[in-house]
Design a protein around this ligand. Structure first.
Ligand code: DC
Length: 337
């Protein structure tokens, strides 16, 4: 038997908010733990004493959970300094596995023993400094770093090399289904392997960036990579950087940062980075490409680039990399104390 815990909060005490939050929390628990509904034997809910409008257990039943299992709701006493408007659940599951506890909408783990791994989500548009910062942050904390963009880039590279029409989602997905993307670490540096070949350098070419952005709009490709990212993150404490980490990949991350910068500043950073590597690039072209990617990444239907409600936004336009790192370290220390 395994016990999974979850917690979430609601903005106001109304039946509608309770139903919405319970459904979202249970769906996240279900997908993060790869559960089937009939494996959930019983669901025990508690809610803080400021919640009266609806039974969370009833909301769960109505959302299709534990149709045959048992459900129970109880109210918690008031606790000094406790979260307001918070619903908690404990789910008993018939099989044995390492549970992924789910904490949403600012709800936090209160028991340190249930939180052996730290997850930090850094999201933001291209050129905002996510990769540099995430790498430095991971090094400072002594934990791993996963650059999820590299995985989309590896997919983009594969499509470009194969000659498949990048606009044809079915053909792209079929191609990528047969592809193996692996991440390995050497001296703390991430290496991205495409069918066993190290493509860490090749995926940095400017034309691969746009291809990555295009394939990342495909729901099928996103789900495929998201699974892999959650699996990697589930194994260790880590900093993940991307576009949808705080909103979709790890909504329960302990710390969420949304890093931005003005498009001109981001284009200049990309320009400096690419010219230093010997690529001949045009600043105006890079600026246009960054704006095209911003548009494509933010308007796609599945998991678009978006600040999570509980993320802290940092505009790095006039900050040095060290200043950004210090600002984020301060947030990390406050949240994980
Ligand atoms: O961060 P980057 O420039 O290496 O990312 C390349 C593209 O991959 C980016 O334009 C959008 C996509 N991407 C994504 O959709 N979700 C992520 N978590 C990471 C990257």
């Amino acid at each position: 038997m395994t016990i999974i815990r979850g917690a979430t909060t609601i903005p106001e005490d109304s039946a509608e908010e309770i139903k919405k939050a319970v459904k979202e929390m249970l769906e996240q628990i279900e997908s993060r733990n790869d559960l089937k509904r009939d494996e959930m034997m019983s669901l025990v809910f508690t809610s803080t004493s400021d919640i009266h409008s609806y039974y969370p257990a009833k909301a769960a039943r109505e959302a299709g959970f534990a149709a045959s299992g048992s459900l129970f709701s109880a109210q918690e006493p008031d606790i000094d300094g406790g979260l307001k408007l918070c619903i908690r659940v404990m789910i008993f599951v018939e099989k044995n596995f390492e549970p992924q506890h789910v904490y949403l909408r600012g709800a936090r783990h209160l028991r340190k023993d249930l939180k052996p791994k730290i997850k930090i989500a850094i999201d933001g548009p291209s050129g905002s400094g996510k990769s540099t910062l995430s790498k430095a942050l991971a090094r400072r904390l002594g934990i791993a770093h996963l650059d999820t963009g590299a995985m989309y880039r590896a997919c983009g590279l594969k499509v470009l090399d194969s000659g498949v029409d990048i606009r044809n989602e079915t053909a792209v997905y079929d191609l990528l289904l047969g592809v193996k993307i692996d991440i390995s670490y050497e001296n703390d540096e991430q290496h991205t392997l495409l069918d066993g070949v190290d493509v860490s350098e090749a995926i940095r070419k400017p034309q691969v960036a746009m291809a990555a952005s295009t394939v990342s709009t495909y729901r099928s490709v996103r789900y495929h990579l998201t699974e892999k990212q959650r699996e990697i993150a589930g194994r260790m404490s880590c900093v993940l950087d991307g576009r949808d980490i705080g909103t979709f990949v790890l909504p329960e991350a302990d710390v969420k940062i949304f890093l931005t910068a003005r498009p001109e500043v981001r284009a200049k950073r990309r320009f400096d980075e690419l010219t230093a590597k010997g690529y001949a690039v045009d600043f105006n072209e890079l600026l246009k490409e960054i704006m095209r990617r911003d548009e494509q990444d933010s308007t796609r239907a599945t998991a678009p680039l978006k600040k999570a409600d509980d993320a802290v936004e940092i505009d790095s336009s006039s900050m040095t990399a060290d200043e950004v790192l210090e600002a984020i370290m301060k947030i990390v220390k406050e949240k994980i104390s």
